[in-house]
Design a protein around this ligand. Sequence first.
Ligand SMILES: [Zn+2]
Length: 241
Amino acid sequence: MSTLAPSRVQVEELVRSILRRQLGAGAAASADGAAVARRPHLVANISARHCHLTQADVDVLFGEGYQLTPMKRLYQPTEFAANETVAVVGPRQRMIPGVRILGPCRSFSQVELAFSDAISLGIDVPVKPSGDIEGTPGCLLIGPKGSLVLPKGVIRAERHVHMGPKDAAYYGVKHLDRINMRVEGTCPTVLEGLLARVHEDWKLEVHIDTDEANACDLAHATKVTLFRGSSSLTRIQDFGS
Ligand SMILES: [Zn+2]
């Protein structure tokens, strides 16, 4: 090799600097020059029982024109936990008081329960993605100013992961694809078939309910990762948290 030829180290550095400029912040170049997207920050949160309400239903339960008041911003910045709660009543008058309302108001009312909640209420609740409430059971809702019969909308929300387009590209999934989650810690668990929900406004966040989170002791998990593949035994690709 001629001494005028650039060294391998120089070539690698040149390739890296070109890739850095082309890809901008948020991407790095590996030693062989291939672009490697930066690992997204994965957050797994527990979605405790809650409800979403239409403004019309808020009017009935809290009084005409009542506006929900934010108690806490949620990880998805468009959502908040309201100060307001309702009681959810099932058949035979079994009741769960203090069910948190998440705002802002939506175009449909929906109550999301864990199976253990639904069992205590005596409701045989289906697993559904949020918004898919046709044919689902209803309940009675009681607020401080009134009550109403919700004809449908009681579901056990399907485990899912909110993603932005860059996260979806990183994990190689599209909207409504499935992805798995491994939880490491005291109760190691693989949860399969999380629904990928992709929206440009969303931050990367897994939502599982309290039953699922308790089963895998999510609160004390040491590591949480998402990976594609039909099962943990035929894992295609693993991703860090
Ligand atoms: Zn969610």
